[in-house]
Design a protein around this ligand. Structure first.
Ligand code: TXA
Ligand code: MG
Length: 344
């Protein structure tokens, strides 16, 4: 199939959004911008359309999808129970980069939930995303619009690289600002639990919910056979083609360690203020100041992708602290490196 590109869609009144919504209603696939990363959308209530997402991405069938809505009220038809804590979270952080896991209503097809009794729901902040969902008049199931295993796309160009001629259309709404995916919190049973760190920090969740458990898969490599609560967290992810090592700890020390290990054909991801202290390295990328994890989140996936078109042998990366959105940045770096970590 030929992928239609709707380029430079900047206004939610753009008539091409209605055209894209028609494709969704007709059972097709449309990639669209969100404030976190680009999503690959299909009508969440149409099992045949949802199955196409798995085919286009090469996504394992046991990995459920997030249902995206355009106003809070739409969550009611998707979930069986709506606890007060969910309303409180949504009041504070929706529209925004937060996915809430709740018991699924019977109308949600098993293709979306991957057979789990729960469903993830998100009300995105991006005006084009919300206009698309509104126009389609159905919830939109959407994973990140990358091929399975690659870093999530933060621009339409990344989507094009992965999905050209595999999907019906791409809405190009410019760069995704947050740059890492939404935070996933489960309110499905017992104590709230963080399943994936993202655009809303653990500290922000705690400010509304009080105590929040953190799934082990957020910080650690799981042992063979161990299962994370978000099935997608078990897959190797975000991985550039070259092997990667994450050097965690004080930036002055990680600078020295990387200078010791990296050769001229290796890639380096560093804090901006360290850029000129690595010497004559060819493939070096600054991903933001060490004090600015929001910037690091916004740039990380583009940088990881950029190494794939370079002849780098190995990639070394400095690492921020695991606080605020830094927890999400470190989680993605750990996964990109396949948990090849040096602590300095
Ligand atoms: O920011 C985002 O969340 C982006 C944009 C497009 O909204 N979407 C996204 O989707 O990152 P995806 O499919 O790449 O990641 C969704 C994650 C997966 O790890 C999946 O296993 C988990 O959410 N997930 C979805 N439904 C779940 C459920 N019912 N229970 C546990 N985990 C769930
Ligand atoms: Mg993804």
């Amino acid at each position: 199939m030929k992928t239609k590109l709707f380029s430079h869609v900047v206004s939610e009144d753009d008539p091409r959004i209605a055209e894209a919504a028609k494709i969704i209603r007709g059972g097709g696939l449309v990639a669209f911008p969100t404030e976190t990363v680009y999503g690959l959308g299909a009508n969440a209530l149409d099992p045949a359309a949802v199955r196409k997402i798995f085919l286009a991405k090469g996504r394992p069938a046991d990995n459920p999808l997030i249902a995206h809505i355009s106003s809070f009220e739409e969550i009611r038809r998707l979930v069986r129970v709506l606890p007060e804590s969910a309303e409180a979270l949504s009041k504070r952080f929706w529209p925004g980069p937060l996915t809430i896991i709740l018991p699924a209503a019977p109308c949600v097809p098993p293709e979306v939930t991957a057979g789990l009794p729960t469903v993830g729901v998100r009300l995105p902040a991006h005006p084009i995303a919300r206009a698309l969902i509104r126009e389609a008049s159905v919830p939109i199931a959407a994973p990140s619009a990358n091929s399975s295993g690659k870093p999530s796309p933060t621009s339409a160009l990344h989507v094009f690289e992965d999905m050209c001629d595999r999907i019906d259309a791409i809405l190009d709404g410019g760069r995704s600002g947050v740059g890492v995916e939404s935070t996933i919190v489960s309110l499905a049973s017992g104590k709230p639990k963080l399943l994936r760190p993202g655009g809303i920090s653990l500290e922000q969740l705690q400010s509304v919910l009080g105590e929040v458990d953190v799934d082990k898969a957020v910080r650690e490599k799981l042992a063979e056979g161990e299962r994370p609560l978000a099935p997608g967290m078990k897959y190797r992810h975000y991985a550039p083609k070259a092997p990667m090592t994450l050097v965690m700890g004080d930036p002055e020390k990680s600078l020295l360690k990387i200078r010791e290990l990296a050769g001229p054909e290796d890639g380096i991801i560093c804090f901006d203020e360290y850029f000129f202290r690595f010497g004559n390295t060819k493939y070096i990328r600054g991903f933001g100041h060490s004090c600015h994890p929001e910037e690091q989140a916004a740039r990380l996936f583009k940088i990881l992708r950029s190494f794939d078109s370079l002849p780098v042998r190995h990639i070394y990366s400095q690492c921020p602290e695991e606080k605020g959105i830094g927890l999400a940045v470190v989680n993605r770096l750990k996964k990109a490196s396949g948990f090849s970590i040096i602590q300095v």
